[in-house]
Design a protein around this ligand. Sequence first.
Ligand SMILES: O=C(O)CCC(=O)C(=O)O
Ligand SMILES: [Fe+2]
Length: 370
Amino acid sequence: MPSLITTSPQIPHYEPAPVTAEALDYADLAIIDVGGFKDSTLEERVELASHLRKAMSTQGFFYVVGHGYSKEQMERMFDIADVPFSQVSDEEKQKYVASPKQTGSYQGYKLREYWHIDGGVRDQVENYNINHHVTRRGHPEAVRPVLPEISQFARHSHLNVLDPILRLMALGLELPEDTLLNVHGWDKESETYVRFMKYYPRNTEDEEKSKGVWLKGHTDFGTVTILYSQPVAALQILTHDGSWKWIKHIDNAIVVNAGDAMEFLSGGIYPATVHRVIQPPSDQRQYTRLGLFYFAIADEEVKLAPLNASPLLQREGIKRRFEKDEEAPSMGEWRKARTSAYGQTALTKSNKQEGIEEEMINGVVVKHYN
Ligand SMILES: O=C(O)CCC(=O)C(=O)O
Ligand SMILES: [Fe+2]
């Protein structure tokens, strides 16, 4: 009798670095458990929502646990995340290269040295980005057999992680629970995407010239960034007192932050927190660093004006980034403008704050931190 068990395609195992033994100055982030979310009462949700809102206004990042993936499923996804980097030749990668500057979209590869970091140093990170509708574009041969699993992963991220977060964020604004979900339709025209990201160790000269910065301080352009925690310490967030704090790895947890679009929609209640990536502590320096993300971007046509119906915003006032709501760009416009400019445009040194460079996008000042 034929077996009914379907086996997943065999791929090499990616062995991540061991956790660092160094005592780093970690950010103390809230942990939101979405495990019992589907069966929770409105009262419980409202309470969790106020917890999340507080975490966003104090730290700007938080962890999510209870999302439903087992340790084995997580490991399998990291193995899959390495396929576009370790199982595809340089020649084939060229065929699937993204053209962010021309298209305003990251879909495909961003190969190494595309971004200028500092002091003439370029990046040593490869990205492979896939729209949540995974068949929108073609993929390298080695990626094709694992596409169904990538698609399931996107769905899992959308339904079991993004969905509860968006509900909590809407409740935190005292709006109907589905307000933000309604502008993140799974079937809508949207850039929402899965990102695999691999950082390679750099040489000493590059580290010195760029002062150990791998990815400059920035905000994400979308609404919600979902980062599956991995062991190599390197990600830092800019805290309210102006100091950088490390993000600690928690096994099978997710690290979440808001991007520009969420800051605009929420009238500043969920700020887009600045973060950067620097050289890891000495015991992890010889390892590669593999990242797995789900970047939620609102539907293309959504106008990024504050949700004025929010009683909370009406009481507390809106932190505006555009003078008039009519001037707010659509998600598609903001996405394209930020994506084509990132790491490519000449930045101007801020005349107010040291170490900060600025660029003007759709009439809004976008800052980059060294
Ligand atoms: O690699 C990380 O931990 C963060 C990367 C990041 O900030 C980004 O891709 O926007
Ligand atoms: Fe980021």
